[in-house]
Write a protein that binds this ligand. Structure first.
Ligand SMILES: *Cc1c(COP(=O)(O)O)cnc(C)c1O
Ligand code: SF4
Length: 491
């Protein structure tokens, strides 16, 4: 089944109607309420601003971009068109930006790409949502296009595979760190390349489309991963990440789902994708892909197993009416969607921005699950925040909406400690920016340290890090102060 333009506009119409204040007398089940005297409220009247999260960008917003001014809704919603017009090369980006933004910015982006560890992949959807009048502070630009000028030097304690995933990997493409859950990385390509990607050690090494793969047999390392999972009765939960499930052709989604759901001890699967944030129309118009996902959800349900989609919105600016239609479609077809964000300086590191994002996601039935403290990733120092800042945002968010729509703020502790509630450190020094965590479920004999970006520290802290001969002392002092000097730091 394929959605025609008419059907898509019908979906959009249906959503608009749902947004109108109910006409009480006309609504089928509300008629009796018209007679009731409304009790005096004990709350102030809300303003339109308070409900801003219910506003979704509609219309042909892409037409303000010269290159897209003749693109119809039907074309814009076509995944093939989005893919064909995705920008992979900096030269193409330069050309695209020529009449759109300042030469100063373009030069800066070229310099940034020269130094960046990640590839470039920008869909027309994303390119249309960036404010090119002020790209420096745009939350989408910050995530996907590095600049030369704003770089901060990496923290001296940063290592490339900061989560030490390779140490917990029994088979290439499988990470088994926790007792009952494992991370399966079937591929290394994504529908966008995030500058802050934790897996920049592995992701995006080639940017070829992987459609070709669909006619080949299952790759050897997949079968090895499946065999390992089948051999470990304690594993109940598989995260299928990557790379990104958006890049798996429908047959691959089915193969992974069918094999894993056949393993008796597997109870839960999550397909993880950034796709809805950068190309939501795929869910509406690449029906073969959406059907494959829904079929796996249904297959799981028939076996009393849970199959869900985990996505990755970081900014409300990534969300439009197209996104909402896509999330509505998944909801109607019985797919649970949860979201994992990364807390990024300039993107969502204020209470206001994070609350707005959480409310908007909740409104679309997307459950905010995690907000990650930014990992210590090469070349992204200016995107990280301090632990103190993350805690402050968390304080503001908790309580604004339903508890089950309130994300848990976590630090994925460097050195392989896994996810820790950001508040749960045994010690945190705001001057040196060192936080010390324990992670008994991973290794009860170890301590895991996170380091705030040096630019976020008070002058005194900045000075201390300037002197390399002091670094060991700073760390040892923090470990002593934590009261767990008997444990060994994972460094
Ligand atoms: C995050 C992660 C998981 C899943 O953890 P949840 O807290 O259940 O979301 C599993 N394995 C690895 C290695 C991970 O990093
Ligand atoms: S989509 Fe996810 S895996 Fe891919 S580059 Fe972004 S953060 Fe990394």
């Amino acid at each position: 089944m394929n959605y025609s333009t008419d059907e898509i506009s019908l979906i959009q119409e249906a959503n608009k109607v749902a947004d109108l204040p109910p006409k009480i007398a006309e609504a089928k089940h509300l008629g009796a309420l018209a007679e009731i005297d409304i009790p005096d409220p004990n709350k102030d009247v809300v303003s339109a601003d308070d409900l801003q999260h219910r506003q979704f960008v509609t219309g042909e917003f892409w037409k303000k971009i010269p290159a897209f001014k003749n693109i119809s809704t039907e074309e814009f919603l076509d995944t093939k068109w989005q893919n064909k017009n995705t920008i992979h090369k900096i030269a193409k980006l330069e050309e695209f930006l020529k009449d759109l933004t300042s030469q100063e910015f373009i030069n800066d982006a070229v310099k940034g790409m020269d130094e960046a560890p990640m590839n470039l992949r920008l869909s027309p959807y994303i390119l249309s949502l960036i404010n090119w009048d002020d790209p420096y502070i745009d939350p989408l630009r910050i995530q996907f296009i590095p600049l030369g000028a704003s770089r901060e030097p990496d923290h001296p304690k940063l290592t490339l595979d900061s989560l030490s995933e390779q140490d917990d990997s029994p088979v290439p493409g499988l990470v088994h760190r926790y007792f009952d859950k494992a991370l399966f990385l079937p591929l290394d390509v994504c529908p966008v390349y995030c500058r802050f990607c934790t897996r920049s050690y592995a992701i995006g090494s080639d940017t070829d489309t992987i459609d070709k793969v669909s006619f080949k047999p299952v790759p050897d390392n997949w079968n090895k991963a499946f065999a390992y999972i089948a051999s470990r009765p304690e594993i109940e939960d598989i995260v299928i990440s990557g790379g990104d499930a958006y890049m798996l052709v429908p047959d691959r989604i089915r193969q992974i789902g069918e094999v894993l759901l056949d393993i008796p001890h597997i109870r839960r699967l999550r397909f993880a994708t950034k796709g809805p944030a950068v190309m939501p129309m795929k869910i509406l118009t690449d029906t073969a892909w959406t059907d494959a996902l829904v079929d796996m959800v249904d297959l799981g349900r028939s076996k009393s197993k849970e199959v869900v989609l985990h996505t990755h919105f970081n900014s409300a600016n990534e969300i439009t009416q197209i996104t909402r239609d896509a999330m509505d479609l998944l909801f109607k077809r019985g797919v649970t969607v949860r979201n994992q964000s990364v807390l990024i300086r300039g993107v969502n590191d204020t209470a206001e921005e994070m609350i707005h994002l959480v409310r908007k996601l909740s409104y679309m039935n997307v459950q905010p699950y995690y907000v990650y403290q930014h990992d210590m990733v090469q070349g992204t120092e200016e995107m990280r925040t301090s632990v103190a800042q993350t805690e402050e945002v968390e304080r503001a968010v908790r309580g604004v909406t339903a508890g089950f729509n309130t994300p848990l703020f976590v630090t994925d502790a460097p050195g392989g400690g896994g996810k820790r509630d950001v508040h749960s450190y045994d010690y945190y020094d705001r001057v040196t920016g060192i936080s010390v965590y324990r992670s008994p479920s991973v290794d009860e004999n170890k301590l895991y340290l996170y380091f705030d970006p040096i630019s976020s520290l008070p002058e005194k802290g900045k000075k201390l890090w300037e002197d390399e001969s002091l670094h060991d002392d700073l760390i040892n002092n923090a470990i002593k102060a934590s009261g767990f000097a008997n444990l060994s730091p994972a460094l």
